[in-house]
Design a protein around this ligand. Sequence first.
Ligand code: 5GP
Ligand code: MN
Length: 342
Amino acid sequence: MFGKRFYNELKELEEKLLTKKSFIIIPHYNPDGDAIGSALAFYLILKKLNKKVKVISPSEFPSFLDWLPESDKIKVIWNKSQIRKDIFSAAEVLIAVDFNEIKRLGDLSSEFEKSEAFKILIDHHPNPMQFTDLMISAPEYSSTAELVYDVFKNIGLHKFIDVDIATCIYAGIMTDTGSFNYNSSTPNTFRVVADLLEYGVNKDDAYDKTYNSFSVDRMRFMGHVMLNRMVVLPEYKSAYIHISAKDRRDFNEKFGDTENFVNIPLAVKGIRFTAIFIERDNFIKISFRSKGNFDVNKFASNHFNGGGHKNAAGGESFTSLQESVELFVKLLEQYKIELLYE
Ligand code: 5GP
Ligand code: MN
């Protein structure tokens, strides 16, 4: 709970939610469980208030989130040609969830920027850019979904929470905390989760539907990647994975299949920093994870056009897969002292 914090922001948010009629909720590009869970929770609660509301996702979301209530109502932007000038014109209010810079909307960024709707950001990433009229940014939260719950509670919307809304919030928290295994969860996270369970969330079902829903192709792909594409560098307490476009084709990769691969080498004893480089159509998508003090948010923003959190960040590179990896290995030498001793 917030106490006096966000007093003015919450008052303004409440006023907008109650008085405005039409809303569009927007998660970030390549949305994860937190972005989709938070967006759907907002969608469902606004429906309960009889508002006109839509979720527009800047890109496809992983199929392991298909089971979330009303996820089939999300309007997905599959390609640029769907982005009309009037894409946001039906809404008086735009609610952005789970990102801290406008660039993370991909091709939707410029329409978002141009829109005259009232813009709200609800997010938990550090150092947010100012790109909305109202911002509720709380980096100490494990997830945007946990924050959304406290926002609802603080403005009296919790009386509208039902099992579907609670399940969307739970899924956001579960996925962003690595099922409560990352260091990002706090006593407040568990208090929120306790409340969500009281609303009837089936946590075991949520886990099963999210994490035990892989295809056989994905399991074989993971086997191939761990055996042939993981490079462990104990001299830097680091490991990285590189996946080419051909690897993705050979294993019939579906969107979301590589999610979580980057965490696996962190389970090797002594490894504190991991990276994954994935050759996508026009760029190399990179993810970083760390344990302890090594700040991958800074590393990603300093060297790979990205950002995120201290222990989980992402970025991109516009050179080849090989060049991106070579730069990474060179940087490890530069960061050796931090990697080994901090
Ligand atoms: P992932 O590696 O799973 O894509 O993302 C890890 C964290 O970093 C998430 O919080 C995500 O929102 C953030 N992130 C991922 N890619 C980018 C990026 O290109 N730029 C920024 N600023 N954050 C990113
Ligand atoms: Mn998040």
